[in-house]
Design a binder for this molecule. Structure first.
Ligand SMILES: Cc1cc2nc3c(=O)[nH]c(=O)nc-3n(C[C@H](O)[C@H](O)[C@H](O)COP(=O)(O)OP(=O)(O)OC[C@H]3O[C@@H](n4cnc5c(N)ncnc54)[C@H](O)[C@@H]3O)c2cc1C
Ligand SMILES: *[C@@H]1O[C@H](CO)[C@@H](O)[C@H](O)[C@H]1NC(C)=O
Ligand SMILES: *[C@@H]1O[C@H](CO)[C@@H](O)[C@H](O)[C@H]1NC(C)=O
Ligand SMILES: *[C@@H]1O[C@H](CO)[C@@H](O)[C@H](O)[C@H]1NC(C)=O
Ligand SMILES: *[C@@H]1O[C@H](CO)[C@@H](O)[C@H](O)[C@H]1NC(C)=O
Ligand SMILES: *[C@@H]1O[C@H](CO)[C@@H](O)[C@H](O)[C@H]1NC(C)=O
Ligand SMILES: *[C@@H]1O[C@H](CO)[C@@H](O)[C@H](O)[C@H]1NC(C)=O
Length: 621
């Protein structure tokens, strides 16, 4: 713990450049703080809970006045923010209007970490209600919409405790945002207080860790909830170890990714994100800071490993497995039907026979089985180019392989495709790199997409009739203008190496593919009615995929917010137990986010079938 604190302080020193105040992130809320401001008192678990019908909203008589917010800010040592949406600088009617700042957003922000360092920004915008979109000449006025009213820029445990207690005692909606990657608005909410975990950046290497109440002994790391994947990997590489985390380097490794499941190119080798976690430090709904592991608070250890973020507590830090360094080797190729050039770089093979293309498409997916059995991850995109042209992009990602062994491994697939009349070869010799020495952008910018997910269980995938039906359904999505994005992986309990039950959807343990079907739409340019129609159309195309994958489900973190029967689909047989934990741990309903366990008891009053977070949160009668 000591080392953690001092490392954090060192990191913070670097950030604030010379500010000579060491910040102790494990500093907790004291009785003195509570004496100064009763509104940050801990919950009395013996008192009866009376739930109002709705959360208090700005403008209500019960909404705290400016002096109360100022007192909270004092308790927080000045960490309370009241930000306006970043694009407000482009709106002439905003007090924030600033042509130069607007020009930066339009031209340069996406290449920087601007949006990750912004307290409000979320990467999928429609849940906010699209009330302040970035535009050169915006029409209308910029309003707060589904963005929070206040944000706590949390750097200590105390900040999180004060925010949780204040929100609970004042009946204010509470949300948690880390990087803002969530696709369905679980990170934002109108009239809310937001806990922003982005600056919980601690890291400590633990070369000889023994898991309490468990069987893991060996290298581990204590990681702060705010670390983005690129930062976690840089720490790992410095210590010559591997930390398992997703492919997109800007995702928060220990916020939504790890609590919602967490897949990666190493999933067939080391399991899911939830399988990496040995212990957690959490602020619970009563405001207490607790240890969560296989021995202590086991219900939370189950729930917070796959039952989703934003609903059981606020993760401050975790202790995760550190595996030996491993190389990731990738063999890539693609092929295109019709005259349009493949959208991917590198030489593309073009063919003209439609049925040959789709036979090749099926053969690529069939190769998912040998790939996962070899510990690999098969990444694919079936893409509509328009005018009857389609492309298939393929990356066979093989941890622990050399370029030569990877080329040998992929050859049978290439031969099969060649025999079909698709003269593909690898676009270049397979590339290899140390897994944690990843290169890629550390910046990004908001988008406005929509998609749905399906997890394919192995028995269905290996049944020739069901596999053929699934491939027909996948083809139909691409022919209808969707991108079919496949990720073959097998995070079985065997590779997870972890006997402790996890809340993640049990379907993951027999799955051999996660697929997302992407609508190529900008939800920001649609009317609400058009957006709902788009969502319904996508759902119709998902039905045959669901029918062809009995016993399957969908991946909570990368799914449709309107997934039918989402409880079963996202959490399978774990759902009832997750709801039980939610009710016992958070009888006050402090935490809420769409499609999290127990969330059906509340709804956002935004008047839309496509649920945005732009409205008051009320209980469902
Ligand atoms: C470009 C892109 C690539 C992706 N690639 C992958 C991938 O390879 N593998 C994969 O599995 N997923 C992937 N995802 C999905 C990703 O895992 C989820 O969006 C995830 O929820 C992001 O977590 P975050 O903390 O970065 O984002 P946020 O949106 O900030 O948070 C996500 C959710 O977690 C909650 N949360 C965040 N921090 C905490 C905390 N400390 N305590 C409690 N709750 C918290 C939030 O309230 C929210 O509900 C990708 C997403 C994007 C946009
Ligand atoms: C909180 O206090 C800090 C430091 O005094 C100040 O900069 C900030 O504006 C305050 N926040 C709000 C919402 O007033
Ligand atoms: C910002 O973007 C503009 C337009 O793309 C470009 O000309 C300019 O060089 C960029 N400036 C910086 C500092 O990157
Ligand atoms: C925008 O705000 C201005 C003044 O702040 C107001 O006069 C105008 O009616 C608003 N426009 C819309 C479309 O709400
Ligand atoms: C949030 O806090 C961090 C760490 O103290 C600081 O570097 C950053 O500037 C703050 N962000 C905002 C928007 O105040
Ligand atoms: C790094 O780890 C690898 C794999 O365990 C090992 O082979 C190598 O010797 C280590 N390198 C250093 C510099 O410790
Ligand atoms: C891992 O890849 C690097 C190149 O990035 C290479 O130098 C090294 O030899 C590889 N290690 C193994 C074990 O293949």
């Amino acid at each position: 713990m000591h080392t953690f604190t001092s490392l954090v302080a060192v990191a913070l020193f670097a950030r604030v450049q010379g500010l000579s105040v060491a910040v102790d992130r494990t500093e907790q809320l004291t009785s003195r703080d509570i004496a100064n401001l009763g509104a940050v008192s801990f919950a009395d678990r013996t008192a009866p809970v009376s739930l109002p019908n709705c959360k208090v909203f700005p403008g209500d008589a019960a909404w705290p006045d400016d002096s109360e917010w100022a007192q909270l800010n004092k308790t927080l040592g000045g960490a309370l923010l009241k930000p306006l949406p970043p694009a407000s600088v482009c709106y002439r009617t905003s007090p924030n209007f600033n042509a130069e700042a607007c020009s930066f957003l339009l031209n340069n922000a996406s290449r920087t970490t601007f949006y990750f360092d912004d307290p409000l920004s979320i990467l999928t915008q429609w849940p906010q209600g699209n009330t302040c979109l970035l535009s050169r000449n915006p029409t209308g006025n910029c309003t707060q919409g589904g963005f929070p009213e206040y944000v706590v820029n949390a750097t200590t445990v105390k900040h999180v405790q004060a925010a949780v207690n204040f929100a609970r005692n004042k009946n204010i909606r509470l949300v948690i945002k880390n990087t803002g990657h969530d696709f369905v608005g679980r990170n934002t909410g109108a009239g809310s207080l937001s806990i922003w975990t982005h600056y919980l950046k601690g890291f400590e290497f633990l070369p000889n860790y023994k898991q309490p109440g468990g069987n893991y002994r060996g290298a581990a790391a204590r990681v702060g909830a705010g670390l983005q994947i690129w930062e976690a990997f840089a720490h790992a590489d410095r210590h010559n170890v591997t930390l398992v985390a997703g492919s997109c380097l800007t995702v928060g490794a220990y916020g939504g990714w790890v609590t919602g499941g967490g897949h990666s190119p190493l999933s067939s080798k080391f399991g899911l994100g939830v399988d990496q976690v040995l212990s957690m430090q959490v602020v619970t709904a009563d405001g207490r800071y607790v240890t969560v592991d296989a021995q202590t608070n086991r219900d939370l250890f189950f729930a917070m490993r796959g039952g989703g973020g934003s609903t059981f507590g606020v993760l401050i830090s975790a202790i995760v497995k550190a595996h030996p360094q491993i190389n990731l080797t990738i063999a890539s190729f693609d092929f295109t039907l019709g005259s349009t050039r493949s959208p991917s770089p590198g030489p593309s093979v073009t063919i003209t026979d439609t049925e040959t293309f789709w036979k090749g498409f099926n053969e690529v997916f069939a190769f998912g089985i040998p790939t996962v059995d070899a510990g690999g991850y098969l990444w694919t995109n079936g893409i509509p180019n328009g005018a009857g042209s389609y492309s298939m992009q393929v990356q066979v990602q093989l941890p622990g392989f050399t370029p030569t062994s990877a080329a040998t491994f992929v050859q049978p697939l290439l031969t099969t495709l060649n025999n079909l009349g698709i003269p593909v070869a690898l676009s270049t010799p397979p590339t290899t790199r140390v897994y944690s020495r990843a290169t890629g952008s550390t910046g990004g910018s908001p988008g406005n997409g929509y998609f749905a997910s399906r997890l394919f269980p192995r028995p269905a995938y290996e049944d020739p009739t069901l596999f053929a039906a699934a491939m027909r359904a996948a083809r139909a999505t691409v022919e209808a203008g969707y991108t079919f994005h496949g990720l073959n992986m097998a995070p079985t309990l065997e590779v997870a190496g972890f006997p402790e039950p996890a809340g993640a959807n049990p379907v993951w343990r027999t799955a051999v593919m996660h697929a997302d079907v992407f609508a190529r739409v900008n939800m920001g340019s649609l009317t609400p009615a058009e957006a709902v129609a788009e969502q319904r159309r996508l759902n119709e195309f998902m039905q045959p995929l669901r029918a062809a994958t009995p016993g399957g489900g969908a991946y909570f973190n990368e799914a449709d917010v309107n997934e039918p029967e989402w409880q079963r689909s996202f959490f399978g047989e774990n759902y009832n137990e997750l709801v039980r934990v939610k009710r016992s741990r958070d009888p006050w309903g402090v935490f809420w986010a769409p499609t999290t366990p127990g969330s059906e008891a509340w709804a956002v009053q935004d008047g839309s079938e496509l649920p945005t977070q732009n409205g008051r949160l009320c209980r469902v009668a």
